[in-house]
Ligand binder design. Structure first.
Ligand code: FAD
Length: 457
């Protein structure tokens, strides 16, 4: 075998597995294959002037490259078992939290020092939320911000590159089990072999991962997609929550359908951005720690989880179809004022211009009710009115709704407590395993697998 360990994907999962392997077993021969570019070469061409919307670069510099989907993310490391994945179901709650804190320590030692840790413990806001049917989930969050997150990644790479071999712009095409190890063939026809293989292909690698599971007869299941909108409003409306908690994960059960609607990815003084997953443009958000780069707005997603039962299996396909519909009508993301939605009319460029809330993303004014299924939209509207009770102004006419935001969940890969497939030595971690959906869980899953490999090397 040419290598001891092959890692596919240099997102948080792949980075932290390499990091921990090097720390625990110096001298191990490790190769990381990555579809995208090294960090400093990752550039999204959208500049708001010459290139206003997604032009479908391959690879997409937002989703691929060193740092993975997390590189230009908001860098919010949520230390909790309440959301962000179900890693704790595999490795235990205590262990999962311990690993997330370990990752936090590494981030702090690589540029994150001095960044505040927010916590929901003992907050009076919980009671205020409960009195309006809103449930504030427990978490500690370290918000690195897009800028500090970038510095941390730069420093991690500086240390890793001397001990780990990285091949960028190299996509793993196939994974084969061969004589006590694994052979990976790349899109360039190169072949690499190793005793252990860690797949950390993230959300952008989900379709490819499905193929690998089929080829290696690894069981999978899939039944969930989250659909919703990104809400943008003046920072002051949520400042009492964001100043104390930074990110508040609030869940609401709708009166009409008893569906659960939740806030997701809150970005105080942030900006709304496009996200491109396999050519489908959806919406997301982020913010900077640096005050000079902050805006006057806060944004967050409101998402409704859609679980499907037999015979329908393609929950991601359902989410994709809805996102495609918005892309078809708006050429990308659609923006609508809350007041226009309630009045049953589309937003126009004129109405958006008149809005007191100035959009941070150039999106196409339109009508989200033509895109989002009624049941989901009703739930979002209900939650906006509920949030208005704890953050008056949320239901203002000028609150902006961007659609659609879709959280695709990778199918869940059948794994044991070591995140190992039925094939000994083949591990699946991070978002492509279907059990993590966040920076902290994906990173923690990498450390977990690395420790197991190091102990059994
Ligand atoms: C805009 C945005 C903002 C976000 N903000 C936050 C946040 O604030 N907090 C949070 O917790 N989460 C956030 N997330 C989610 C978070 O980024 C992911 O959960 C996390 O990056 C998952 O890590 P991963 O290593 O599993 O996968 P990824 O980060 O997706 O990395 C996978 C890597 O594998 C590579 N790859 C895929 N297939 C192959 C292949 N066949 N061969 C070689 N390489 C391959 C990809 O190019 C990619 O670089 C955000 C995501 C986005 C897009």
């Amino acid at each position: 075998m040419q290598y001891d360990v092959l890692i596919i994907g240099a997102g948080p999962g792949g980075i932290f597995s390499a990091w921990e392997l090097v720390r625990r077993k110096p001298g191990m021969k490790i190769l990381v294959l990555e579809t995208g570019f090294p960090l400093e070469q990752r550039r999204c061409p959208i500049d708001g002037e010459r290139v206003k919307s997604c032009i479908g670069c391959r690879p997409c510099s937002i989703m691929n490259g060193f740092g993975g989907a997390g590189a230009f993310s908001d860098g919010k490391y949520n230390i909790t078992n309440e959301f962000g994945g179900t890693l704790h179901e595999y490795i235990g709650k205590q262990k999962a939290l311990e690993l997330m804190r370990y990752v936090d320590g590494i981030n702090l030692a690589h540029g994150g020092e001095g960044v505040r840790l927010y916590s929901t413990t003992d907050t009076h806001l919980k009671k205020q939320c409960l009195s309006h049917g809103l449930h504030l989930l427990d978490a500690s969050v370290r918000h690195l911000g897009t800028d500090v997150n970038y510095i941390v990644l730069e420093r991690l790479f500086e240390e890793l590159k001397t001990q780990v071999e990285f091949r960028f712009q190299t996509t793993a095409a196939t994974v084969e089990a061969v004589g006590g190890g694994y052979r990976v063939e790349t899109d360039k026809g190169e072949r690499f072999e190793a005793r252990r293989c860690i797949i950390s292909a993230g959300r952008s690698g989900s379709k490819w991962m499905e193929g690998v599971c089929k080829a290696l007869d690894i069981a999978t299941k899939s039944n969930r997609v989250d659909i919703g909108v990104r809400v943008e409003l003046p920072y002051v409306i949520f400042s009492h929550l964001t100043d104390e908690l930074y990110e508040s994960k609030i869940v609401y059960r709708t009166e009409k359908y008893a569906d659960l609607v939740r806030t997701f990815c809150m970005n105080p003084r942030g900006e709304v951005v496009n996200e491109n997953t396999n050519g489908i443009v959806t919406v997301n958000g982020h913010s900077y720690e640096d005050p000079a780069r902050q805006t006057d707005n806060t944004n967050f997603a409101l998402l409704v989880a859609k679980h499907f039962s037999e015979p329908f299996k393609d929950s991601n396909g359902y989410g994709e179809s809805i996102a495609r519909l918005s892309n078809m009508l708006g050429g990308g993301v659609i923006v609508q004022r809350f007041g226009d939605l309630i009045a049953g009319r589309r937003s126009t460029a004129e109405r958006i211009r008149e809005s007191f809330t100035v959009p941070t993303l150039s999106a196409t004014p339109g009508d989200l009710s033509l895109v989002i299924p009624k049941r989901i939209l009703d739930g979002i509207i209900e939650m906006i009115y509920a949030l208005d009770k704890i953050a008056p102004g949320t239901a203002n006419i000028d609150t902006l709704l961007y659609g659609v935001e879709v959280k695709f969940y990778n199918m869940e890969v059948a794994l044991d407590e070591h995140l190992q497939t039925r094939h000994p030595g083949l591990f699946v971690i991070g978002d492509c395993s279907g059990i993590t959906h966040s920076l902290s869980h994906a990173s923690a899953s990498g450390v977990h697998v690395a420790r197991y490999i190091a102990e059994n090397a």
